[in-house]
Design a protein around this ligand. Structure first.
Ligand code: MN
Ligand code: MN
Length: 358
């Protein structure tokens, strides 16, 4: 319901504006830096609306390793932007899944599973991580080095059946990122390989055929084609200049987006809380709460490319064009107060991406 602006104090409208802020310049932030690479994070601490997803932009130098670790409160969904990496995931059955990654490939790590990421190329490796919990903190993950550092020597002796001095040279605190041997000198993990390849944590998103519209393209990774990723889904979307990703919402998921290329203008419709329109350029992120209406427009001169992540493995959406097309004309005519004839000119099915031209 619309409210009169006059009845609100200035303080209140500012609080409302903050509550409706749904964008953040992730790459514009200062990184946390290690010898082997760096990391930038956006969670509810930086973007309060982002309750369902935390995002991280991470770069590893050649030979760099994001150390052996796990996450207690979130699953991890990763997208390789540049470089060549290797991700190893260990499941509770003790099976390894070690896969190599290039630009456009994604990986999924179930909540609590052991994993690590290596740069195996000769250039910097840049990847994006999304976690299905806005309270997640990438800088307080469970790291193997930190656990060993916090464990009394006599326990380590009993645990591994080794002399105490073996642990003299172990790190005294968390390593987080380590710089290793030059690329090409590494060996694959030992032990049992994953015996259910269908549940591999690797999926080649950019290599998919996808769907083509007059205004752009979309490639999806959902539980249907990437079954390991049971609690998160993702998409790679392009919009031509002037194109519109149509008015829609997601009944079952929050949406987190990262702009890879171009300039996009996004509008969030939050019912009584109002609407908010914000621009996001390459390196920026946005967050659409579950069930909130939204649409995205390419307002720049170059193509927009975006990575979209959902905190549900099942992809669901309702598009306004399809809804109107499926509504009996007499019902729609009464609701909108227009002649039925006008409704016959509306699209007969979902638009999804409009070229922006009539
Ligand atoms: Mn991780
Ligand atoms: Mn959406």
């Amino acid at each position: 319901m619309a409210k009169s602006a006059k009845t609100k104090s200035k303080g209140k409208s500012r609080a409302k504006a903050d509550a409706l802020n749904f964008t953040y310049d992730l790459e514009g932030q200062k990184a946390a830096v290690w010898k082997a690479g760096n990391s930038k994070e956006v969670s509810v601490r930086k973007l309060p609306i982002s309750k369902g997803v935390t995002g991280v932009s991470m770069r590893l130098k050649p030979g760099g390793i994001r150390e052996l670790h796990w996450h207690a409160i979130a699953a991890e969904w990763g997208f390789f932007i540049t470089g060549k990496g290797r991700v190893t995931v260990v499941n509770p059955q003790g099976q390894w899944d070690t896969q190599e990654y290039g630009p456009g490939d994604i990986f999924f790590v179930p909540q609590g599973y052991a994993h690590y990421i290596e740069n195996i190329g000769t250039d910097e490796c840049h990847f994006l991580l999304a976690f299905n919990n806005g309270e997640f903190n990438e800088f307080s993950t469970f790291s193997i080095t930190e656990w060993i550092a916090q464990t009394p020597r006599e326990v380590l002796v009993k645990n591994f059946g080794l002399p105490a001095d073996v642990f003299d040279k172990f790190p005294e605190k968390e390593v987080y990122m380590a710089l290793g041997a030059p690329p090409g000198k590494k060996t694959l993990s030992q032990g049992g390989k994953l015996d259910t390849p269908r549940l591999s944590h690797k999926f080649r998103l950019r290599a998919q055929e996808g769907r083509v519209y007059s205004g752009g393209t979309v490639k999806m990774a959902t539980i249907d084609n990437f079954p390991a990723s049971n609690v998160m889904a993702g998409a790679l979307m392009t919009l031509k200049p002037g194109a519109l990703r149509e008015m829609h919402w997601h009944p079952n998921a929050n949406e987190w987006g990262y702009v890879l290329k171009g300039n996009v203008r996004i509008t969030l419709f939050a019912a009584d809380a109002g609407s908010s329109t914000q621009k996001v350029k390459a390196g920026g992120v946005f967050y659409i709460p579950m069930g909130c209406g939204h649409y995205l427009e390419n307002v720049g001169k170059e193509e927009v490319e975006m990575l979209l992540v959902f905190d549900n493995g099942v992809y669901e959406e309702i598009s306004i064009s399809e809804w109107i097309a499926d509504t009996p004309r007499d019902v729609a005519a009464t609701v909108f107060g227009i002649p039925e004839k006008t409704l016959s000119e509306f699209p007969e099915s979902e638009v999804f991406i409009s070229s922006g031209k009539r």
